[in-house]
Design a protein around this ligand. Sequence first.
Ligand code: ATP
Length: 438
Amino acid sequence: MAKNNEDLMDKVVSLCKRRGFIFQSSDIYGGLANAWDYGPYGVELKNNLKRAWWKSVVQERDDIFGMDASILMHPKVWEASGHVENFYDLKSDCKSCKKRFKTADLKDQNKCPECAGELTEGRKFNLMFKTYQGPVEDVANLIYLRPETAQGMFVNFLNILDSKHPKLPFGLAQIGKAFRNEITPGNFTFRTREFEQMEVEYFTRPEEADKKLEEWIDYRFKWYLDLGIKKENLKKRPHTKEELAHYAKACTDIEYNFPFGWSELEGVANRTDFDLKQHAEASGKDLQYFDDAEKKKFYPYIIEPSGGVDRSVLAFLTDAYHEEKVKADTRVVLKLHKDLAPTKVAVLPLLKNRPQIVELAKKIASGLKKSFITVYDDTAAIGKLYRRQDEVGTLFCVTIDVQSLEDKQVTVRSRDTMQQERVNINQLQNYLGTFLSS
Ligand code: ATP
């Protein structure tokens, strides 16, 4: 299917709702704009994606430690990090229609793109959500919802040095929620005010930082391809000097060709020693690394691959969406990578009014559930059951028929090839395992 076709996004959004991947938040109250809830398939997909990331950046490496810092942090963190002063967008309001725009998105910063009315000058708007800790709502109790997970790792640098005694280069990794009061959220889950990030903070010798930045860009780029994103839909885009965040010396975005155009999936930045120096100064703690061999102290540089869970889920969903003509029918199939597919196996009895078939099918399903995410479904005719499973990306359908009662074999149908094979029930687990194990 051609990318950028106008209705691909609509089709994905509709599939997400219809089949229980992603729902509008607070739907029964008319919905909360730009907030989304992950349903039964969505949460499996999202968890699989996070697991695949964790496996790649923590489990399979011996230089990275996992972490899980709290969302609420000391307000001084955000002063030291520069977010209180610098984490803002400029917004322009239309004096006639009252619509609000991100100034940077406007072609003409004086004229409203909706009604041609006069716009206010771009005004700074800090993107951090504020709240109060404890029952008293005064300035002394003001805290922020974190706008990035990164700071939770920087402020734990000393704890990691003292508890793990790592040698450079080493990194910290975490997945967690972040909040930004975006002026113009939209494009489904692409830009929201509450989202999840997967971030690595990789501490390295300053003289090696440029090389490590390139290594990380390649490592992360390959991760998306290995999980099935089509090569032609992924590219690297180095930032211009003007675009760089206040803390960064260099940054390359990994972009995906979304139905609404090329947009950022992940940013890989060289944050230099900015954060450690800022926190050392503000906290009064020595956050330098002591090099045993050279007997000297210095601030490491930090390479940060920072990706969005929700944006990745959306990219993998749109990339996997396929429509195929099968006779007079259109077969919708989500060709998700086996590690990402929410359901691995569906067990389907061919005749639900034959108790022996149903009993055998349920027994097989409950056996498989111990190893793979497996569902049992007998609520429609087999053709419809197959279509349902294709739409949510289930890798294998196992059907049990009258013959299965005699020859102890079942039919296994592959999602991608639609080939069917008879397999002995006692070999089914191994058969599926050879395809599904990573
Ligand atoms: P953008 O330019 O799209 O606003 P950014 O450069 O501000 O993104 P970063 O600060 O680099 O984003 O955040 C790292 C990652 O977190 C992004 O690549 C993206 O995947 C995710 N992310 C950032 N903001 C949002 C958001 N509002 N909604 C969903 N994901 C987000």
